[in-house]
Write a protein that binds this ligand. Sequence first.
Ligand code: CDV
Length: 311
Amino acid sequence: MSRIVTVGAAQLGPIARSDTRTQVVERLIALLKQGSEHGCDVVVFPELALTTFFPRWYMEDQAEVDQFFEKSMPGTDTQPLFDAAREYGVGFYIGYAELTEQDGQVRHFNTSILVDKSGEIVGKYRKIHLPGHAEHEEYRAFQHLEKRYFETGDMGWPVYRAFGGIIGMCICNDRRWPETYRMMGLQGVEMVMVGYNTPRHNPPSPEHDRLSDFHNHLVMQSAAYQNGTWVIGVAKAGVEEGCELIGGSVIIAPSGEIVARCTGMGDELAVAICDFEMGHSYKNTIFNFEAHREPQHYGLIVERKGAKVTV
Ligand code: CDV
């Protein structure tokens, strides 16, 4: 028996620094509406989808930084998106910068949420693999200051029952790390949603630039196959404030095959009818974890952070 969910990968074109939340939310609602017209149950938006990708700028004034963060979710500016979800009967994943207070301490996370068709938040994730650096680095054409503006996520990788399946989330750089998916795979994940902002140029390793599209799909396709899960990868695309973001949003089946993709560099929706049951044969044969994993030999993965040559 199949368990079908129709998914939209809602890629966004560039967001200017001067764009208001209201302007961006209008674009998100237009994509959500398009999703409803195409029969989507849920659409996936990118990482930090409410603002420009602000970690490209070095800022010392915390008040200036905090302008890019959401103090509540939904807030006044984002409530219309939640209302639209309820009106159209389409859920969504969205990434945003979260400013919250925990035990009297102000915290900053790079966060995503999963919202159901009634506009209720049913899942949350805080980005764990924060790339980049914490101080201004002169040599870079643009900065990547996620390590300055965000704390490491504190939730692990929870999975949630939603839309008839088991859904997990991760954010951008997380998608390059096999541990991300295996943590969810071990909880039986059936669909991983991942929003991203990936510049084509990587200042520390410009020799990788020509491979950025290939690496983007390589990591998500292999993870889908190795964990018998759908992966929905959704980008911010195009030249944003002088920085080219790769785009390349895709819907990947548990076979590792791309079944739908965005082809442009602007706001665009790619839709696929996804059967959660498709992961079953992978999870029960070649990647039957219970039968074939050998965790007693995997100790170094959690014991050691960096590679150390001991021979
Ligand atoms: N937003 C990101 O996490 N971007 C990284 C870049 C810096 C390499 C990525 O993995 O795509």
